[in-house]
Ligand binder design. Structure first.
Ligand SMILES: [Zn+2]
Ligand SMILES: [Zn+2]
Length: 85
């Protein structure tokens, strides 16, 4: 017979083995872990902004709908669609 050994984390809703629960709370939801996660999120956000500034952000051409880097869009419009801005 199987015993229910799972617990659900009240914070992230993760299903966990009961004996991993304390470890999970410590690793994922301790103040240090939350801070670390926040820092990683900020880093990703910064990277995204940086890419947008550099024109590395990928956008979609509104005419042929291919995905293209923003910095190449004007060239693409001119070369492919003969559109001048
Ligand atoms: Zn959790
Ligand atoms: Zn196009």
């Amino acid at each position: 017979m199987e015993i229910e050994t799972h617990k659900v984390c009240p914070i992230c809703g993760c299903k966990l083995l009961a004996d991993r629960y304390d470890q999970h709370m410590e690793k994922q939801h301790s103040p240090e872990a939350e801070l670390k996660k926040l820092l990683i999120q900020q880093e990703i956000e910064d990277m995204r902004k940086q890419r947008a500034i550099e024109g590395e952000e990928v956008v979609r051409c509104e005419i042929c709908h291919i995905e293209i880097k923003r910095k190449n869009l004007n060239k693409h419009n001119y070369n492919v669609h003969k559109k001048k801005k």
